[in-house]
Ligand binder design. Structure first.
Ligand SMILES: Nc1ncnc2c1ncn2[C@@H]1O[C@H](COP(=O)(O)OS(=O)(=O)O)[C@@H](OP(=O)(O)O)[C@H]1O
Ligand SMILES: Nc1ncnc2c1ncn2[C@@H]1O[C@H](COP(=O)(O)OP(=O)(O)O)[C@@H](O)[C@H]1O
Length: 197
């Protein structure tokens, strides 16, 4: 535990940054199985936001594990720590007046709910990127399911490690039934309905 640390009040606050940007800020928390479409969707929404001159940034599991979270594996404890850290980083993005688009499997309900409590109400938008395991395995964009079935990758989500679906997400996207464009339109509509855009 760190001791003798005192919180320093910032000079420019979230409200002022939002006003300057001309839009709200929030975390768009994409959660779902590997291959469900989290990265594809987060990046497509990021592009749509940029086209509207809105400020946003994608935090992606694979990428973050190369840097900030390198050293964390896929045990339940490591996944929990992975999500805790990303929750804290996402909160910083919200404070900076931007949209944070996170693309992590984040398989445990309790871990996602902890991030929700860290962030103010209406600023945490949980998006269930829903896709059947069969379809994710059929897509297998990185060949990981095949390796997991062969027993080469242990504790693989959906195969040998659990995925707990969100019980009350703000949005559900069925990527085995709709196009990327349709899915992006739904996310943007939600942001408009919530007065964030
Ligand atoms: N055992 C195991 N289980 C699940 N996924 C695995 C595993 N090993 C490696 N990978 C690759 O790591 C990506 C998931 O990382 P995340 O940080 O999103 O996972 S988690 O939220 O901590 O569960 C995941 O990326 P996505 O396919 O984009 O989800 C995989 O490419
Ligand atoms: N509506 C959709 N939304 C997102 N991805 C889709 C959709 N329909 C098909 N896909 C495809 O599914 C795959 C998802 O891969 P990826 O985005 O890497 O998933 P994840 O990040 O969840 O592992 C991509 O090949 C993408 O083109």
């Amino acid at each position: 535990m760190s001791t003798n640390i005192v919180w320093h009040q910032v000079t420019v606050d979230k409200a002022e940054r939002r006003k300057k940007n001309g839009h709200g800020s929030a975390v768009l928390w994409f959660t779902g199985l590997s291959g469900s479409g989290k990265s594809t969707l987060a990046n497509a929404v990021d592009r749509a936001l940029l086209d509207r001159n809105a400020r946003s940034y994608v935090l992606d599991g694979d990428n973050i594990r190369h840097g900030l979270n390198q050293g964390l594996g896929f045990s339940a404890a490591d996944r929990t720590e992975n999500i805790r850290r990303i929750g804290e980083v996402a909160k910083l993005f919200v404070d900076s007046g931007q949209f944070a688009l996170t693309a992590f499997i984040s398989p445990f309900r309790e871990d996602r709910n902890k991030v929700r409590t860290l962030i103010e109400e209406k600023e945490f938008i949980e998006i269930h990127v829903r896709c059947s395991l069969e379809e994710c395995e059929r897509r297998d964009p990185k060949g990981l399911y095949e390796k997991a079935r062969q027993g080469v990758i242990p504790e693989f989500t959906g195969v040998s490690s659990p995925y707990e679906e969100p019980l009350a997400p703000e949005l559900i996207i069925d990527t085995d039934r709709e196009t990327v464009e349709e899915s992006v339109a739904k996310v943007i509509s939600l942001l408009e309905e919530e007065g964030l855009l």
